[in-house]
Design a protein around this ligand. Structure first.
Ligand SMILES: *Cc1c(COP(=O)(O)O)cnc(C)c1O
Length: 456
């Protein structure tokens, strides 16, 4: 047996994967990724693949950064672990909390550490409800979020998220979480202009607040740009209207920055791109460029001051909250982002180039819309232009495109029939050209295949 076949057999026998249909995986065999450098992955057959998804949205600085590996190594020799319970802390976690306060919008000075975005959102649910109880309004329990938002896979994270397939497994959402529509103009905008539709989508929040009763609503949570939902870039009218509504009813605003945070939009945080003033930010993924797991919940002074002055003990925490090695990697990662002006380069140099090249794909006969923001990109696959109607059996065409892309040496992700990418923030112009070329080749192959099957 080759090593690949060996690994595939062991994998099929023993390994339960996240978000995976194991029967179909066993038929195909898992793809084993063995090494990576810059924006490229290599699989166990030696094939080179351009990683258009930054791993899972996290490898902002690309692969093979020795400085990050060395930060972890040095910290593990010095102090591999100690907890932050019982009035203790460690230097990297303290310094990371201070660094985040320096980088975040001015209302944020404090961070609660976790090991993932899901755990940070679980922390959010508990902290929001705790805050309102301390304010003498314990009935304020309800958190409003959006259908097709993604906030993680723990019980609270999946409940906040609006993925119906996730809710269907395990009796979710948990009580006190309700959902409104998403600002997805391409699918839901009908005859409205994007700006009109953005206002209408935001006003669903106001309707929901009135339906639940403003005195019962604790918070609203959203991703500035929905990532896993299909890189859904809201119309510019959306977030200012959401901000007006949460202000009007005195409701807390949580910005899930797990994907948008740390430069994806060309700003440090997605809320800065849209000009909202959140009370919480959930962070993870690019905070360490994925080299070690770390998440954080940043808490604004308005909330933290109440928790600290009146809250006594907040009965919540994780064994690995403030893990020293993960914090050391995050510090090194953020240090490189600052020193190399990574985010200025994304905003000023890469974004204009990316936007121009990505938009070119919009002329392809299968592409109903090619949208981008910062280093996000999405393509809506449609059978007929200029109609915004999707293919019948939604999702099958997207999956075919994704598989063709991998064959062409490019990782793109399919969300139903939307192809999405979010390459590392260190991608070079020539690598962007290669990505676009491979995406176009994929679209051409898909067109031929669909033609042959009589689907177009
Ligand atoms: C990935 C993601 C999460 C969950 O983070 P995990 O580290 O996978 O738990 C939460 N919110 C958003 C927006 C995400 O993309």
């Amino acid at each position: 047996m080759t090593r690949t076949a060996d690994w595939q057999a062991l994998d099929a026998a023993h390994y339960l994967h996240p978000f995976t249909d194991h029967q179909s995986l066993a038929r195909k065999g898992t793809r084993v990724i063995t090494r990576a450098e810059g924006v490229y992955l290599w699989d166990s057959e030696g094939r080179r693949i351009l990683d258009g998804m930054s791993g899972l949205w996290c490898v902002a600085l690309g692969y093979g950064r020795r400085e990050l590996a060395e930060a972890a190594y040095r910290q593990m020799l010095e102090l591999p672990y100690y907890n932050s319970f019982f009035q203790c802390a460690n230097p990297p976690a303290i310094e990371l909390a201070a660094k985040l306060a320096e980088l975040a919008p001015p209302q944020f000075k404090r961070s609660f550490f976790t090991s993932s975005g899901s755990e940070a959102n679980d922390t959010l649910v508990r902290m929001v409800r705790r805050y309102w109880a301390l304010r003498g309004q314990p009935q304020r329990q309800v958190i409003i979020s959006r259908w097709n938002g993604y906030h993680g896979s723990t019980m609270a994270g999946a409940s906040l998220g609006g993925m119906k397939a996730m809710h269907a497994q395990g009796g979710l959402p948990i009580p006190g979480i309700v959902h409104i529509g998403q600002p997805y103009w391409f699918e839901c905008g009908g005859d409205l202009t994007p700006e009109e539709f953005g206002l209408q989508a935001a006003r669903e929040l106001e309707q929901k607040i009135l339906e639940v009763g403003p005195e019962n609503v604790a918070a609203f949570i959203g991703e500035p740009v929905q990532g896993a939902g299909g890189v859904i870039i809201p119309p510019d009218s959306y977030w200012p209207e959401v901000q007006r509504i949460v202000d009007r009813y005195g409701i807390l605003l949580a910005s899930d920055e797990v994907i948008c945070g740390f430069g994806r939009t060309g700003r440090w945080f997605g809320c800065e791109h849209y000009g909202t003033r959140p009370d919480f930010m959930t962070l993870a993924k690019a905070i360490t460029s994925g080299y070690l797991p770390l998440g954080a919940l940043m808490v604004s002074d308005r909330v933290a001051d109440v928790l600290i002055a009146e809250g006594g003990e907040f009965a919540h925490g994780y064994t690995y909250s403030g893990h020293p090695a993960a914090a050391a990697v995050a510090l090194a990662n953020l240090g490189i982002m600052q020193r190399e002006h990574i985010i200025d380069r994304v905003r000023e140099t890469l974004t204009p180039y990316w936007a121009k090249r990505w938009a070119e794909l919009g002329d392809h006969p299968l592409v109903g819309e090619a949208r981008s923001l910062g280093l996000f990109g999405a393509l809506e696959l449609v059978p007929r232009k200029p109609s915004r109607a999707f293919f019948p059996e939604r999702g099958t065409v997207g999956t075919r495109a994704r598989d063709l892309a991998i064959g062409n040496g490019l990782v793109m992700r399919a969300v139903w029939d939307t192809l999405i990418v979010a390459p590392p923030l260190v991608i070079r112009e020539a690598e962007i050209d290669e990505l676009i070329e491979k995406a176009r080749l994929t679209l051409d192959q898909l067109r031929d295949a669909l033609h042959k099957d009589g689907l177009i």
